[in-house]
Design a protein around this ligand. Structure first.
Ligand code: PHB
Length: 403
């Protein structure tokens, strides 16, 4: 009967009716309504592997919970946003209006998050961002209904500006994909690099999401012969960039540094020896020795037969956020204010350290940003921690006002 009603109702009416249907399902007795979690992630295109890692990390937690949280059966509804803002927007509307999800999880791309932010906010649906780092979401486009369990683009890059200027060189060429994440990350680096006496000698933004050939940019970099190249690339673009950088003979001439995604474990095996010596900033390394990380590595390797990456940690932490908040509300997701309060108070041990949201931004406080160098460890490439910066909070000050 519910299905017939849902089919009969059109477009926007479904959103309002969904809440009523939800209440009825619960009041009618029997099993509580399932906990529906809509995953809006890329399962194709440049960031496909990131989407898979996040999903795998998240599933590990729910599996441990027996796919049930606070008495509600967990149901995942996966949608591929294809790293495309318009497709992301269409899919998020489908997840909210026709699936009636309790939580949204995702996306990976800052472009997709920018496109869906207003729809999520207006629908008052809880979104736990599991990757996309747009700084604006912790600043002038923050929302009471949006939490970020991953990072803001500022977080891994701002500490690196000062660090590179102090420890590597004071002359850098910047390169990143031409979209919000690339701009945010380079801006954050430039601010602290400049303040520490660094000079930017060149800056390029490359086609996104599709770019096979970095040759025109690498040619310019070779001519400029900077001491440092600071880059952000991720997924399949990171593999191409790092390999082509090596093929161009730039490794050994200009020290490659960047945001951690450039050499994360998802791309490191494919980059191979071309990645040796790259220095990056990130909130995680598989080599962290804390107990939670050791258990996470064991669980993940047992189940998936591969080494996890920072994206899997983001999925794992996102699921833990949901479990902790829902346990605190006794499984209730209807009282949004209560749920938001529960989410704001969540705290637990993550593989990256103690996990807490900053109440000002609802963005995770990074216990550390690790400065890592790619080296060979026990016959495998790994991001070896060579320094760390503690307690890195996005500088956003918004999100104190309700609504
Ligand atoms: C982003 O678009 O915000 C983004 C994508 C991939 C990353 C990091 C940030 O690895």
């Amino acid at each position: 009967m519910e299905l017939t009603r849902r089919k009969f109702l059109g477009g926007a009416a479904i959103a309002a009716a969904g809440a009523v249907v939800g209440r009825r399902v619960r009041r009618a007795g029997g099993a509580p309504a399932p906990l529906k979690i809509g995953l809006l992630l890329p399962y194709s295109n440049v960031y496909a592997v990131l989407g898979e890692s996040i999903t795998d990390g998240l599933s590990l937690v729910f599996e441990r919970e027996g796919w049930s949280v606070a008495g509600r059966r967990v149901e995942l509804i996966k949608e591929d946003d294809e790293v495309n803002p318009q497709i992301g927007l269409r899919k998020v509307k489908k997840l909210i209006e026709s699936d009636g999800v309790d939580f949204l999880v995702g996306p990976v791309s800052s472009g997709v998050l920018a496109a869906i932010r207003d729809t999520v906010h207006q629908a008052r649906r809880i979104l736990i961002v599991a990757n996309a780092g747009n700084d604006e979401i912790s600043r002038d486009r923050c929302s009471r209904y949006i939490f970020r369990a991953s990072f803001s683009n500022w977080q891994p890059n701002s500490p690196m500006g000062g660090w590179v200027a102090a420890h590597v060189a004071k002359e850098a060429y910047l390169v990143a994909p031409k979209y919000a994440a690339g701009f945010d990350m380079m801006r954050a680096f430039k601010e602290t690099f400049g303040a520490a006496g660094g000079t930017v000698v060149g800056e390029d933004y490359t086609p996104f999401p599709v770019n096979e050939d970095f040759a025109p940019f690498l040619t310019k970099i070779k001519q400029a012969a900077p001491k440092v190249v600071y880059a952000f690339f991720s997924g399949s673009q990171a593999v191409r960039f790092v390999r082509q950088y090596d093929e161009f003979g730039l490794r050994g001439r200009s020290r490659l540094c960047g945001a951690g995604f450039l050499t994360e474990t998802d791309v490191l095996p494919a980059e191979g020896s071309a990645a040796l010596g790259i220095i990056t900033g990130h909130f995680y390394s598989t080599l962290l020795e804390n107990r939670t990380n050791q258990a996470f590595l064991r669980e993940f390797r047992d189940k998936y037969k591969r080494t996890p990456d920072g994206f899997a940690v983001q999925g794992y932490d996102t699921a833990q956020v949901i479990v902790h908040a829902l346990t605190a509300t006794g499984g209730d997701t209807r009282d949004r204010d209560r749920l938001v309060d529960a989410l704001r108070s969540v705290e637990f041990d993550s593989p990256r350290g103690r996990f807490r949201f900053d109440p000002k931004t609802q963005n995770v406080i990074q216990p550390f940003i690790y400065v890592r160098e790619v080296r060979e460890v026990g016959g495998e490439l790994a991001n070896v921690v060579i320094d760390r910066i503690a307690n890195v909070k996005d500088p956003g000050t918004g999100c104190t006002l309700p609504g």
